[in-house]
Write a protein that binds this ligand. Structure first.
Ligand code: ADP
Length: 500
């Protein structure tokens, strides 16, 4: 007994209806009947059936009308038309309209069983095909989803990714790689690297590397410089199939320009610091040896001079170490936001007071000019005090006797500046940009042996920038300089830096 299939017999002739039902119930568990087209159609709408035996000529609703409705409801439902002799042509027409077969009256039980069994076999195949199509569609969809997911990930990578086939043709290049390499053509897919970067030597090196990786299967690494001076690190790996055969290469590109810069800065810094520290220490050691060896024992004046020079060198060393500490502190605190609303006038007054004696000793006029109202800025008073001390200290140090140093506060377009103007030695135009570099000292101050570390301005600049401000300088040799440190006024919303 086949419990799975469901049959419906729709015929107005009771003897046929009941006869067919009895015969088919021997084989199939669910065989229902309807005594006309309308009732049959109502039943079909309530539950699905696999096969319908449908009489062609019926009152109320004819077989062709039911067939049409069934086709719309479930085009894969198997319909066998039961026809009289007179309607054989209509039966053929019905098959054209979608009926599976027809059974002319009168028919034997065997003929009925055979047609129904063939019809059900057809239904089974239809359902199987439908399931396979669904499965295939689902797999295709999953496949498409997977592919688009992978592509989305590859396209979002900040690392460049390039895949090539065995012959070195590019099969994939993600946006990051395009941005890093800036290829000279619009479409790179299908091309080799040759002629792509506008740098034949580099292209040759890359092509050779890809060929080596394809031939040997070894992972390779290479550094290269782009046309716009950036440094890229590339890691090339072979793409191997299940049998270990190489299908091509995949290259990951990293932009290491910044790392390289930092690396260079670090080594320059270490070299400079060791040089700056070594010279005074060596000098002090030399002076001490002179005293220990007794070479100055009979010349107390010379000995005193040597001791004083040692002390100056030691003081210079202390200045340097203090500046280095400041430098590392301002670098560490670059993003720190422990900031208060400050009255820069008060900070400035304190600093100017501190330098008063020094200015007098050097016969310089030091004057502070403050406006009546000073808007607050947000910042760290101690750090800003160091900036002002550096600017005022420099102005005093680099201005010959008899000159003057004027310190003032200027306000413009939501910004407040402290300006330190001197009538000193000035800075040559080609050196102005460099004075904010660590350890840079102008030719003039080195020549005149004015002590200093070359670190003060670079520290000051970092502190000012950490306060969302900036520094500027104007200078003329032998006439003097003016340094300004600009800060945004608290509560004001400066749209752009003011034009001076
Ligand atoms: P230091 O004064 O210890 O050398 P700084 O970083 O403060 O270091 O200054 C760097 C260089 O900039 C100085 O060595 C000097 O050459 C130049 N400089 C700074 N301020 C002035 C100034 N007011 N007048 C002339 N040159 C200056």
């Amino acid at each position: 007994m086949d419990n799975q299939v469901r049959l419906l017999i729709v015929d107005d002739e009771e003897i046929i209806r009941i006869g067919c039902q009895r015969i088919l119930e021997e084989t199939y568990a669910t065989v229902e009947v309807a005594e006309n087209g309308r009732l049959g159609w109502e039943r079909l709408q309530q539950e699905p059936f696999d096969l319908i035996l449908l009489d062609l000529m019926m009152p109320e609703m004819g077989g062709l009308e039911v067939l049409e409705k069934v086709q719309a409801l479930d085009p894969e439902m198997v319909v066998i038309m039961i026809t009289g002799f007179a309607t054989i042509e209509t039966a053929v027409d019905a098959m054209r309209k979608g009926a599976y077969d027809y059974l002319p009256k009168p028919f034997t039980p065997e003929e009925l069983r055979t047609k129904v069994s063939r019809g059900l076999e057809k239904r089974r195949l239809i359902l199987q095909a439908r399931a396979l199509i669904l499965e295939r569609d689902r797999n295709l969809l999953e496949c498409a989803n997977e592919k688009s997911r992978t592509m989305t990930i590859i396209n979002c990578l900040s690392e460049g990714l390039i895949a090539t086939n065995r012959t070195g043709q590019i099969v994939l290049m993600n946006p990051a790689a395009i941005k890093m390499l800036r290829p000279q053509v619009d479409s790179v897919i299908g091309r080799t690297v040759s002629g792509l970067l506008g740098h034949p030597e580099q292209e040759k090196a890359i092509a050779e590397m890809l060929a080596t990786v394809t031939a040997t299967g070894a992972i390779t690494q290479m550094e290269m410089q782009t046309c716009d001076e950036r440094v890229l690190e590339s890691h090339v790996s072979p793409i191997l199939d299940d049998h270990g055969e190489c299908l091509g290469t995949v290259t990951v590109l990293l932009d290491i320009t910044q790392d390289k810069k930092i690396e260079k800065m670090k080594s320059d810094f270490v070299r400079l610091v060791s040089h700056e520290l070594k010279a005074p220490v060596a000098a002090i050691a030399g002076y001490l040896n002179l005293i220990i060896d007794g070479l100055t024992a009979s010349q107390p004046d010379k000995e005193k001079d040597i001791i004083l020079r040692s002390r100056d060198k030691a003081n210079a060393l202390l200045d340097l170490i203090n500046d280095l500490l400041d430098l590392s502190r301002s670098e560490r605190n670059r993003s720190a936001g422990v900031q208060k609303r400050l009255d820069l006038g008060a900070v400035l007054t304190e600093t100017v007071k501190f330098y008063h004696n020094e200015a007098q000793l050097r016969h310089l006029e030091l004057a502070l000019h403050l406006p009546t109202t000073i808007p607050p800025v947000v910042g760290d008073a101690e750090a800003l005090g160091r900036v002002f001390a550096n600017l005022i200290g420099n102005a005093i140090k680099y201005t010959p006797e008899g000159g003057r140093v004027d310190v003032e506060l200027i306000q413009r377009d939501g910004w407040l500046a402290i300006a330190v103007r001197d009538t000193g030695m000035g800075i040559a135009p080609d050196e102005i940009k460099k004075i904010f570099d660590e350890f840079y000292r102008s030719r003039q101050v080195i020549l005149q042996k004015i002590p200093g570390t070359g670190l003060g301005l670079s520290i000051a600049k970092q502190i000012v920038e950490a306060h969302r401000g900036y520094m500027e300088v104007e200078s003329a040799v032998h006439q003097g300089s003016v340094f300004r440190a600009w800060f945004p006024i608290a509560d004001a919303l400066p749209t752009a830096a003011p034009v001076v």
